[in-house]
Design a protein around this ligand. Sequence first.
Ligand code: FMN
Length: 176
Amino acid sequence: MKILILTGSPHKKGTSNTLVSEFKKGAVEAGHQVEIYDCAHGNLHPCLGCDACGMNGKCIQKDEGNQVLAKILESDLIVFATPIYYFGMSAQLKMMIDRFYAQNGNITRKHMKAILLTTAWNDDEIVMKGIKTHFEIIFDYLDFQNAGMILAKGAGTVGMMPRKYLEEAYSLGRNL
Ligand SMILES: Cc1cc2nc3c(=O)[nH]c(=O)nc-3n(C[C@H](O)[C@H](O)[C@H](O)COP(=O)(O)O)c2cc1C
């Protein structure tokens, strides 16, 4: 499978990117082709809502967004990786998801697989409630098949992240 991972953390070696590394290790070992696009450090700007794309064309923003959209359309699986920011995904990742608008129909028609990897400092029940529901709705809307979600609670730093989440991320990639 061709896998595109969209990451949304400003911490290149932080918790969500550590889950990404474990997932990637497993997926590469299983023979998949994996590419990562770093939404937090790439040249990306927000959707302007101008509708120049008509939800079916090129975005007028002169940045890397159109290239990422082209990569998505060549992929079989998208992995979304983000820290929890105020009970949701980071703005860095959301910025790229909003840019899906320019290729909304083509992305939906691909019936891709999708995975969510996310990390939060807190360990209580409520911390993952919003993001889980949000991504379930996004996956449903874009006709993505939910291939797994790792919701790592009590994972505020790499040192405090429970080991089970690293093992889960590796297994998810290895057993795709
Ligand atoms: C702006 C901001 C908002 C945050 N909001 C939450 C939150 O709502 N709940 C929580 O448990 N942790 C929250 N955190 C902590 C991060 O989710 C947590 O430290 C995470 O492991 C960081 O991931 P990273 O290392 O991949 O960047 C927040 C951190 C920042 C910087």
